[in-house]
Design a protein. Sequence first.
Length: 81
Amino acid sequence: MPKDPRETARADEAKAALDRVKRDSESLLGSSMGRAADHFSGADAPEGDKVELWGRRIGRSLSLVGVVVLAWWLGYQLKIW
């Protein structure tokens, strides 16, 4: 017996609503840290390409080190520390 198309549409709509509630109820810090971890681990690299994966990881790590060094230098120049 085939399913009623209206029931499938309602089920899809209910799943989408539950996904939105789950996404919106996450804490700001938790979701931000998760996205940052995915970003720095190179999760968006093409699957199976180890050179691309490690290139992204190294590049993103060096950029983080650069930001920290520049922030320290700015604080030093402004005599904050």
